[in-house]
Write a protein that binds this ligand. Sequence first.
Ligand SMILES: Nc1ncnc2c1ncn2[C@@H]1O[C@H](COP(=O)(O)OP(=O)(O)O)[C@@H](O)[C@H]1O
Ligand SMILES: [Mg+2]
Length: 255
Amino acid sequence: MNENTVAEVKNLIKNYGTRDFTATVLKGIDLTICCNDFIAVMGPSGSGKTTLLNILSTIDKPTHGSVMLDGHDITKISNQDLSKLRRDKIGLIFQDYNLLDTMTLQDNIALPLSLNGVASRVCMQKTEELAGMFGLSDHLKKYPYQLSGGQKQRGAACRALVTNPQIIFADEPTGALDSKSGKDLMKCLKEVNDSGRAAIFMVTHDPYCASYAKDVYILSDGMMKCRLSRGSGRKEFFDRIMDAQISMGGDFSCD
Ligand SMILES: Nc1ncnc2c1ncn2[C@@H]1O[C@H](COP(=O)(O)OP(=O)(O)O)[C@@H](O)[C@H]1O
Ligand SMILES: [Mg+2]
């Protein structure tokens, strides 16, 4: 592991099931995520994308293999250390936003800070800065029911970033959004990554969203099948992602 490594898995295997019947969902994955990476993982439904993201983001545990996060093997550290790592180093974005209905957008974004006892002046400052980046400055006093899906998801992204995590994990972040809102979110996430704020590890079934990443990994039947790197322009990258998807049998439809 070098100093730029944020997360790394080696020979990652995940089985589900009982003693009588086990299914191997991840079949020996090796992956390194560096601090300036923006990785999109694609693949058919059931190929293990969410399982991989959940293990990397400490939500789930591997059956075999090592998972390093910020220099710690998360399979070996205490629950207390794991909670601290989760709180300080990781941001999560879910498909369905998970904002609290009874709080304003500003309070939702600030929640990870206020739970840590950070002074409200600092919370305000930080939320206003992020809201500016995500085009939400005029919406901070609103409640989630007063916001569009795209605004809610950009708010959820601000909440994920408010603690200055090293890495953002996002599972199908545009899954519930129309294409314009999805594009707006991807542009913001790209800016977050380009400005060096955080690495991003995103699962998506949408080649257009994936084309905003720097690298696309294609997972199939629990194994990494290929890796595409952007290099040049986004449109050309999109075409290559489409070609790879077609050569693997077509649509990676939504779960
Ligand atoms: N908690 C679980 N128990 C048993 N099987 C599971 C569990 N979670 C996922 N699976 C199975 O693992 C496989 C991969 O699931 P998942 O990682 O959600 O795939 P993807 O996100 O690529 O659609 C699927 O066959 C799914 O049914
Ligand atoms: Mg999934």
